[in-house]
Each structure stands twice: as C-alpha cells, then as structure tokens.
Design a protein around this ligand. Structure first.
Ligand code: FNR
Length: 311
C-alpha cells in the first residue's frame, strides 16, 4: 500500500465547511464550480455509514454508499469532486471509525473527525465536542486512522476556554500525524450569535506547526473578499465557510455572487442530474430563499413534493 498522507494540500485553501443536510453532492459540486478548493460532506455517523454497501451507479456516474435496510443513499460522490471531497465522520470509537475509513477511503480525498459539534445527540454519544474533554480517546481515534488509512486524516475542533489550553490540545492532536486541523473560532458553549475569536486563532498560529483551517466568521460575509479577510485576521493557512455558503454558495466566486434565481437554477439542475432527494433539495433551496419563502412563488415551491414539481 502506498501511503501519501500529504496528498491533499491544506495551504491557501478556501473550503466548504461540513454542514448537516447542506453538504450533499449537488451543493458540493456547486461550491467547486463557484471556486471552492475543497468540499466537506455533512457529518455522517459511523454506525450508519459503517453498515452501508458501496455501489456504483453507472447511469448517474456516482458511487453510492447505500443503507441495506431501506435502500437510502447515505453518501454519494462522483468524479467531479475526486481529490477534493473530505468526508466528515461523527464517531466515538476508533474501531468503528477505522471500519468506515476502510470502506470509503478509495472514494474520498481525506477523512475528517468531528470534534466540535455541541449538539446533544453528538455529546451524549461521546462524539463531537465531547472528544475535546477526552484527548486520549480523541488521539486514539486519530492515530488509528492515520496509521491504517492511505488518505490524510484531519479533525475539526472548537476553541478551549483559553488560548494556552487550545495550543496544548492542537499540538497534542498533531502528534497523531493528522494532516491539518480545523478550528471553529468559538468555544463549546458559544453559539452562532456570539462573536468569533479570530485573535485567538492568530495567537494559536504562532505556537503550532500543523496547517490550520480557520472557521466561524462567515455570518456577515457578503463577498469572496470577506472570506480572505477573515483568513488574514486569523493568520491561518486555510479558511472554511459554512453559514454564508448555506445562504449563497456563490460566495466562493471571485467574480461576485450570483443572483438568487441563477443560483437556484444551477442548484436544481445538479439535484436533478444526481437524483438528490426532494426533501434535501427543498431544505437547501429554503435556506437560499430565506424570507422569499413567504412570496407566492416561495409558497408554491414549498408545496412541491417531487423533483419534477420543483423543477
Ligand atoms: C453546521 N456545522 C457543522 N459542523 C460540523 O463540524 N459538522 C456538521 O455536520 C455541521 N453541520 C452544520 C449544519 C449547518 C446548517 C450549519 C449552519 C453549521 C458548523 C459549521 O461547520 C461551522 O463550524 C459553523 O457554522 C461556523 O462557521 P460559519 O457558519 O461562521 O462559516
């Protein structure tokens, strides 16, 4: 087995952040078309993905990981995102994480472990931000993956209560051989309405060597330049965008954002081309429409049940 842990370069990259329900294949492709360098999947849970069966779909040109119980596609990828798609895994168990890693490693560019999700579902299961309180367990998961997979492994964390504690954690996690670390510039108990702390990332950057992907500043982003500005404020190697991309993924366009109608048309075409589920398609379009959902056109859209009706 050839091991190339540095295949994915994490320097100077603009990245679509992991987002449950948003980061499915059509949105990831659109993010790449708009200029993102790397795209993350939504967080997928090890128990669910681990029981999936890999199937090639020659009609759509996709590789699907299918739940054998109900036939639903849990993760879908295709050649367009080859070498650029990072699968984010929710896990609390190194063995289960490794089993999933082995299942998907030929179809993804890197595997990321979620160590920042503060939602009850994650924390109760020992996943997400719960791992930050158990660094030995977190390291065991990362080390197992780094030692046994042929793709780069990363993790996404939040700030700890002090910069010193975060530096210690980042350097500790880096000893496992991970290729990069994503840092959401908020602490565990801070929510999206709390201001992020780019200055803390800037301090961390002085004391760590591992490539850092900063995240958390996108609430007010309106243009591509805002992404770069946040990266510069943080002094980080790369930057990851969630909420601003959920609202308008063309934030990744250096030429400027697309008008809402053009964006929705492009997105819907990809949903049809890749047979995205109507519920996921609707969720993402609703995020783009925001208050336009209350218009007659918006309400007509909300009543659609199938992709054909939506299109
Ligand atoms: C998220 N976030 C998130 N984080 C993560 O590690 N895995 C995930 O699956 C999700 N899911 C998710 C869904 C949605 C709809 C949102 C808005 C956010 C958190 C996200 O990746 C990011 O860390 C924060 O949103 C802060 O970055 P922004 O929004 O300021 O760019």
């Amino acid at each position: 087995m050839t091991i190339d842990k540095n295949k994915l370069d994490y320097k100077n990259k603009i990245i679509l952040a992991p987002m449950v329900r948003v980061g499915t294949l059509p949105m990831r492709i659109l993010a790449l078309e708009c200029g993102a360098d790397i795209v993350y999947s939504e967080e997928l849970i090890d128990l669910k993905l681990g029981k999936c069966v890999r199937k090639e779909n020659p009609v759509l040109g996709t590789v699907d990981f299918v739940d054998p119980c109900d036939g639903s596609v849990i993760f879908k990828t295709c050649d367009i995102e080859k070498g650029k798609v990072v699968l984010q895994l929710g896990t609390a168990c190194h063995e289960r994480a490794l089993a999933v890693g082995k299942l998907v490693q030929n179809d993804i560019a890197a595997l990321d472990i979620n160590m920042g999700c503060p939602k009850e579902f994650s924390v109760k299961g020992g996943m997400g931000v719960a791992l930050l309180g158990q660094p030995e367990k977190a390291k065991k998961i990362l080390r197992t993956l780094v030692e046994n997979l042929k793709i780069p492994v990363t993790c996404k964390i939040r700030l700890l209560p002090t910069v010193e504690a975060t530096i210690k954690l980042v350097n500790d996690l880096a000893t496992t051989g991970i290729a990069a670390i994503g840092i959401h510039a908020r602490t565990r108990y801070e929510r999206p309405n709390h201001r992020p702390h780019p200055e803390a990332i800037r301090e961390i950057m002085k004391a760590v060597e591992i490539p850092v992907i900063c995240n958390g500043g996108s609430k007010g982003f309106e243009l591509f330049e805002d992404i770069e500005k946040f990266r510069e404020e943080c002094g980080a190697d790369s930057v990851m965008v969630a909420r601003a991309a959920q609202l308008n993924v063309s934030i990744f366009r250096k030429e400027g954002v697309l008008p809402m109608d053009d964006l929705i048309k492009k997105y819907l075409k990809l949903c049809v081309d890749y047979d995205n589920t109507p519920s996921n398609t609707k969720y993402c379009v609703q995020s783009i429409l925001q208050d336009q959902q209350e218009t007659p056109r918006g309400r007509k859209f909300l009543n659609c049940q199938t992709l054909q009706q939506i299109w």
